[in-house]
Design a protein around this ligand. Structure first.
Ligand code: FMN
Length: 323
């Protein structure tokens, strides 16, 4: 028995899973390991990252001709349009354009033979992604780590699946074969998984951040704009970031203007980030942290997702009674 969905055919993969393009944790080594394990690897780019650093990660991801994807943010492309050309030049099989309207970029990507995905957070963004002609729609729930919207994965997935016959992926909170089986059973073509891959040995997550993720339970995340505001990152207000709670975010959440008026607070954050002190600096991570306990290889994460989801879906046969 094996899993097989339309996503497997579209991307030429065995396991209908993508690692989310997490900035900067999802680098070339992770994408390559995920691809080698039969799923699809994605790179995340920071708006501040140099072109050389981006090209280096793409070279790692594509070593030996491996297929990979790149995640971009629409609002970043507005400020740095050259990033799209750079991404195209790296010859990815897939580019995601999320957090804003993907429409201005779809044609150039399709002309280059690249599939386009977009993470959507509500019906309006799903409509925009479909109207733009994207090939894959990712229903990204608020449980997700990093920047996201405010609707939960399950309500969002159900409504997006009703809107289209294109492959829809689920993102946000999926950390096990049970979660993967649940979204496949609902009709998703696969899962777009971030937080669990922060614990992959091949990710660029710092060891101290991995330790905090392992310590955290499912109640210890917060959906906040504190870290964007303190770093001066102009994220559109509707996309806040889900991060682990710590003393800094507890103090300044919903008091961001006051925080910015305090030179001490801004300096405290800057110094903590510099020295990797995660009692103050941020770790973006989703609610699935409660289910994560170990650092392991990407191959082990994928093998477990695949075998547990297959077993769970097979067990579902018992739920359907003969008429
Ligand atoms: C640390 C971190 C960084 C992220 N960076 C990006 C990014 O640069 N671009 C992007 O499209 N999504 C980014 N995301 C969101 C992911 O693409 C994805 O939606 C999310 O990780 C899925 O939910 P999960 O974390 O519960 O698995 C990030 C998520 C995390 C946890």
């Amino acid at each position: 028995m094996a899993l097989h969905t339309a996503l497997c055919d579209l991307l030429g993969i065995r396991v209908p899973v993508l690692n989310a393009p997490m900035t900067p944790q999802a680098g070339g080594e992770l994408a390559r390991a995920v691809g080698a394990a039969g799923a699809f690897g994605m790179l995340g780019f920071d708006e501040d990252e140099s072109e050389e650093a981006i090209a280096e990660q793409a070279r790692l991801a594509s070593a030996g001709g491996a297929r990979f994807g790149i995640g971009l943010a629409a609002w970043v492309l507005e400020r740095r349009p050259a990033l799209l050309d750079l991404a195209i030049a790296m010859r990815p099989a897939l580019v995601s354009v999320s957090f804003g309207d993907p429409a201005p970029h779809v044609r150039a990507l399709h002309d280059a033979g690249i599939l386009v995905a977009s993470q959507v957070q509500n019906r309006t963004w799903a409509r925009a992604a479909l109207d733009a002609g994207t090939d894959i729609i990712v229903a990204q729930g608020t449980e997700a780590g990093g920047h996201t919207g405010s609707v939960g994965t399950l309500p969002l997935l159900q409504l997006v699946l009703e809107m289209t016959d294109k492959p829809v992926l689920a993102a946000g909170g999926i950390a096990s074969g049970r979660g993967l089986a649940a979204v496949l059973a609902a009709g998703a073509a696969g899962a777009w998984i971030g937080t669990p891959f922060l614990l992959a040995r091949e990710s660029r997550t710092k060891a101290a951040a991995q330790a905090r993720i392992i310590e955290s339970d499912e109640t210890q995340t917060i959906y906040t704009s504190v870290y964007d505001r303190v770093q001066g990152k102009p994220w559109p207000a509707e996309f806040r970031g889900r991060a682990l709670r710590n003393a800094f975010v507890e103090r300044w959440h919903e008091r961001e203007d006051e925080m910015l008026a305090s030179a001490d607070a801004v300096a405290e954050f800057g110094a903590a980030k510099q020295r990797g002190d995660f009692t103050r600096a941020h770790i973006y991570a989703g609610q699935s942290v409660g289910a994560l306990h170990d650092v392991e290889s990407a191959a082990d994460i994928i093998a477990r997702l695949e075998s547990d989801a297959t077993a769970r879906l097979a067990a579902c046969r018992a739920i359907i009674a003969d008429a």
